[in-house]
Design a protein around this ligand. Structure first.
Ligand code: SAM
Length: 244
């Protein structure tokens, strides 16, 4: 087998946030596989085949990547942000579990700047103390588990980074998320809505949770709920390093 499979993160949007390691992998690739909007971020060139696909076909996409790599291609599977954060790296390893014949393929996972970190940097330092990340999509897990994790994260006073907060097909979940956090006594916590971070559409808003409205988030938004000590300094929001 002379092919390779690389799973790479393209960062949150700005080309300057693509790591040199990922740029080198893209330059050496024969095939790019991924969700269409991410594949479109890779410029076409001679010798490179682009394989854009729809949302929610992660396992098929992963299977195709493994087949092409086994056939000798240099395949890069692209995700936005980091490929290991709610993205393609897990899908590739899931597909690999059912394909022992490909276990010896040379596979690399190249990290990228995940939306949570880019969003935090745009707002200041809201993840400067303990935090957790929750994907609010219930496509791959029951909503009851999301509710449980939200309640426990609030009780533990974590800052909470929320991916996939609200989509046209899931308009209710984020409204319920705000209700749960208000019920858990987080109404005075600062919430950051970081939309399209590092792109020309970037918008950062910070409000108290009791004033947050569901429409403030969409699928291009990363939401960070501060912990009980998170505060403002000038136009910035940060979590103090020490909590007593
Ligand atoms: C399927 S997840 C992919 C996460 C990606 N692997 C990462 O590490 O950032 C998509 C979600 O990431 C967040 N996201 C991705 N890019 C973003 C950006 N530039 N600004 C704000 N949020 C972003 C949004 O919450 C979006 O719904």
């Amino acid at each position: 087998m002379s092919g390779t499979l690389t799973i790479a993160g393209l960062g949150p949007g700005d080309e300057a946030l693509i790591t040199p390691e990922v740029s080198a992998a893209l330059a050496a690739a024969t095939d790019i596989i991924g969700y269409a909007p991410y594949v479109s971020r890779v410029p076409p060139r001679a010798g490179l085949t682009l394989h854009p696909s729809d949302n929610r076909v992660e396992l098929q996409r992963a299977g195709e990547a493994l087949r092409l790599a086994a056939a000798g291609h240099h395949v890069v599977v692209v995700s936005s942000g980091d490929p290991g954060v709610f993205a393609m790296a897990s899908a590739v390893f899931e597909a690999l579990e059912d394909a022992p014949q490909w276990h010896e393929l040379p596979i690399r996972v190249l990290p990228g700047v995940t939306a949570m970190l880019a969003a935090a940097a745009s707002a200041g330092a809201p993840l400067g103390h303990d935090f957790c990340a929750i994907n609010l999509s219930d496509n791959l897990k029951p909503w009851s588990l999301i509710e449980k994790r939200l309640r426990l994260a609030a009780e533990a006073d974590f800052a909470i980074a929320m991916y996939n907060p609200r989509s046209a097909s899931r308009p209710e979940g984020f409204a319920r998320t705000l209700e749960i956090l208000n019920e858990a006594g987080c109404g005075k916590r600062i919430v950051i809505f970081a939309r399209a971070v590092s792109t020309s559409d970037q918008r950062i808003e910070a409000v108290e949770l009791c004033d947050a409205r569901p429409e403030m988030a969409d699928m291009r938004t990363l939401v960070i709920v501060g912990n009980s000590a998170t505060r403002r300094v000038g136009r910035w929001v940060y979590a103090p390093r020490q909590v007593r």
